[in-house]
Design a protein around this ligand. Sequence first.
Ligand SMILES: *Cc1c(COP(=O)(O)O)cnc(C)c1O
Length: 398
Amino acid sequence: MEKLAIYGGYAVRQGKIYYGRQWVDEDDVQAVASVLKSDLITCGPKVDELERTLCEFTGAKYAVAVNSGTSALHCATIAAGVVSGDEVITTPITFAASANCVLYCGAKPVFADINPETYNIDPESIKSHITEHTKAVIAVDFTGQAVEIEKIREICKEHNLIFIEDAAHSIATKYNGQQVGSLADMTCFSFHPVKTITGGEGGAILTNNEDLYKKLILAHSHGITHDDAMMEESPHEGPWYYEQISLGYNYRLTDFQAALITSQISKIDRFRNRRQEIVRRYDEAFSKIPELFVQKEIPESDSCRHLYIINLRLDKLSCTRREFFDAMSAENVQCQIHYIPVYWFPYYQHLGYKRGLCPNAEEMYKGIMSIPLYPKMSDEDVEDVIHAVKKVIANYRK
Ligand SMILES: *Cc1c(COP(=O)(O)O)cnc(C)c1O
């Protein structure tokens, strides 16, 4: 068995084209180094600058930088007021964090099914899962394609729900010409190294709502405030005084990571253009192969794709997905599967979730495979991947 190293949540095999990786230049390194030589290395001016930059980039009024996409989601569920007894609707085709953040609040994740062609959460399925306990919807822009924002916004408005957009995959995606980031009540980004831009780790929550913003600030830093207007003892004793007014966490981002993320944002157009170029090339190569299904996109989404998924029509192939995956690996192309339906995990099964909950998601899961997509891929890498896919299909064609 090949030795596989698991670092920071993703597996690395040497010498292969992996499904995703960061692009860090010398000027990114310099941005980090200059912070390390300064006085403030956590939560200083570079975090402020990143928050301003994110607001400028997305058009959102407020941004709170945090130390991961997962903490961004946790802060958002806290700010949404999600507590024990509440339900939050999300998709099973996502990274576990999109549902775990609901469990962190003692509430219940409810899984709505996906659209079998776009793979994003189906607004009709959201509707059918709303109960008197539903507090919020966490919709994931899966692979970087925006969810049906307009419809979800309407559903949330009608039922008085908070709309949280998990945009871990979709920074730099536009919906009807507008940047993702100010279109839901709160939008969460991740800056993990496989995502479009990185800080090593990192995340952010964006909102236009001042009330939610204040709650996000408290949630990400111990529930402590330095704002006189929010304090109970006011006037208070002196300039050193602060108050803890709720229960929060330490989810702060370091200043050197903030500097890295800000530096990466300056390259985001280049990253987006290159990702789009590769996606177009893949679409062209794969859309007419009868053994594959390629994800459909809604016209409203001008996507900066994080993932490219081929869906194997296993009825037309004489192999299992595992055999296909291994054959790709033998061609030096390291694929990955995004994602195992969240409620299939043992932890969720022990909580009582049953297989069969979301038939479209389970059906889609059977054949999917993410092939490499990252801006630093050369044209040669892209052609190598296409060649490998075609070769493996030809070997297993029925
Ligand atoms: C990566 C990811 C997260 C979590 O982000 P981290 O920064 O790794 O904590 C949440 N949701 C989705 C859809 C993701 O892909």
